[in-house]
Design a protein around this ligand. Structure first.
Ligand SMILES: [Zn+2]
Length: 167
């Protein structure tokens, strides 16, 4: 999706743009294109960004390491503050970084990267931890003929065989 030139937004009807999209993001593995609609309203000091997004993402299960698919359907809404003062120098001094500093802020003369924002929203919506199903048993340990489990078991059997039988 094309980045939105922020000053251009002000020239649109009600300073609003609404984009329907169907696309693939390079950094997010999805089974089908990401579909949705994003609406951006220029509110003077901030952009009011909202969207309806749905897709099926391909994830790797934390337990069994198998890939699985998960439907993601989100309706994020976020103010993106317009502030040309924001820059790296703000973080150079030793003062504590407050929550306010961490709020997203971009240059009012610059561009709003829709794809980047969508990617962030989708990543936030991904499940943590990732389990292919609630009762995933994890990595399956296949016992081998001379595997650890078998060795222990036979050692126990040997031990039991050596126990005095007069009890
Ligand atoms: Zn699993």
């Amino acid at each position: 999706m094309q980045p939105i030139h922020i000053p251009d937004l002000l020239r649109k009807h009600e300073a609003t743009t609404e984009i329907e999209f169907e696309e693939v993001l390079p950094d997010l593995e999805t089974l089908m294109p990401i579909k949705g609609v994003v609406r951006i309203v220029h509110q003077g000091t901030y952009l009011d960004v909202s969207a309806q997004v749905s897709t099926i993402v391909t994830l790797t299960c934390d337990r069994c390491l198998q890939q699985y698919n998960d439907r993601v359907s989100i309706t994020p809404q976020e103010p993106i503050w317009l502030d040309e003062q924001i820059g790296l120098e703000d973080f150079e001094d030793e003062r504590e970084v407050s929550m306010e500093d961490l709020v997203e802020s971009i240059d009012p003369q610059g561009y709003f990267e829709v794809d980047e924002w969508l990617y962030q929203q989708l990543c936030l919506a991904l499940p943590h931890p990732k389990h292919c199903r609630p009762d995933c048993p994890g990595v399956e340990i296949k016992p081998t003929a001379n595997g650890l489990v078998d060795a222990r078991w036979s050692a126990l059997q040997q031990l039991q065989g050596k126990l005095p039988s007069d009890s």
